[in-house]
Ligand binder design. Sequence first.
Ligand code: UDP
Length: 505
Amino acid sequence: PAKLHPPPPSLPPPPPPHFILFPLMAQGHTIPIIDMARLISDRGAFVTIVTTTHNSTRFESVIRRANSSAHRARPEIRIVRLHFPCQEVGLPLGYENLDVLPSPDLLKKFYEALDLLQGPLESVLRETDPPPSCLISDRCLSWTAEMARRLNITRIVFHGMSCFSLLSAVKIRAHKAHLSAASDEEPFLVPGMPQPYHVSRSQLPGSFLRLPDLDDVRNKMQEAETQSFGVVANTFEFLEHGCAEEYRNSISKRVWCVGPVSLTNRFNLDKFERGNNNPSIDEAQCLTWLDRMEPRSVIYACLGSLCRLVPSQLVELGLGLEASGRPFVWAVKTDRRPAELDDWLVGSGFEERVKGRGLIIKGWAPQVLILSHVAVGGFLTHCGWNSTVEAICAGVPMVTWPLFAEQFLNEKMVVEVLRVGVRVGAETAVRFGDEERVGVAVRREAVAAAVAALMDGGGERMVERVRELAAMAREAMDPGGSSHSDLSDLIDAVVKRQAGSRAKN
Ligand code: UDP
């Protein structure tokens, strides 16, 4: 008989990888990263979120709940809180998030303070146990590239944007398409897109403007991205209509579409506290109000976390909602020049006139909770990418009012490609610091007309389309779906790279 050999000793399975997540301190960047942390942790990996002390208070209860869930057989998600050196750079104490910066002059200081986090972050990366396998870094934190290289950690970039807008920016730059227009207002073609479309220079993200103060910062970000292992995006393959694939080809990198990450919030309390442990309305009050309304009758209006429109423009929006004749929820940030807006809300009789029909939330609204209520039939949004995806997940069509950053590109995607939105008619970006000069750009009549076009009969096809997208979003996140597979693939790729570099050493 053939001589039997003992089976080779089986190799122990590799230890779970350790992901360090370091978001930019801005709600549109941090919120999806917190969701992502939970998704990665659900796969059994170690996860550490690095942020600053003030910022951690906004999400620690969500993480505490995730860690204490009954069936948890995986390592706890950890939060590392760094001191944000406001005083060291001349920023007022507590200015730890972009949503509290009152003027663009302070942006440079904010980035200086961020730069000072290099030493503390390096200590975290060197000392943390188990050693980090991967750093998911916000694109804005360019210096993490060099640190990750030095410490032999895989770095993956998070932009917080759609592949559609990322690809648009790549194509516009590559073809210098924006230089072909005769004026800032003249639309030019964005070439090389799966669905070419027109946009004007005045609608492009601020990164297309020459700003001597920030040019250097931006060049570093671009260089850092070139050195990274890949990009992770809060979107799903189908939604991108070919742009994810084309973006991969254009940057010659891995791009994992792992969203919509907001779908990880299944329970009301997680939806309610998402992004802020302490919203400006009570959960029961919000739900009771919505419960009283007819299905799909309410328009929800919210222009994101950073919007700084002047009071006169916000008043015009309020009057437009009133003129629409619809029930509405209006999340209005009153913390900037609060007296003026508050005076108007009360003094002009607005609050009294819309009583019962309009719910005004002054401050932070529990957006995902509101959007997922059956009473909500439309979302007036600034087209921030998170808000856009959240509307899609909820199957709610949009009135689009882009303001700045890549929001006009998102509007093009929503209105022209996905065909699930109606434009309010904003034509020009309102850059940070430019709000006073722009003043009132969108009139109440335009608001009322867009709401009517969306919600009075004509929007039926849009509702069907956005509901189909909502179903596809869920499928993408379920086991076997594209986003579920992309997240598995991302984790595998990190484990393989780590094993490869161990073998070399
Ligand atoms: N958001 C919220 N309540 C608010 C304002 C914003 O929950 O009152 C959340 C919203 O759900 C989204 C994020 O904050 O997840 C804003 O990100 P987005 O990309 O839409 O816009 P940005 O604030 O970055 O302009």
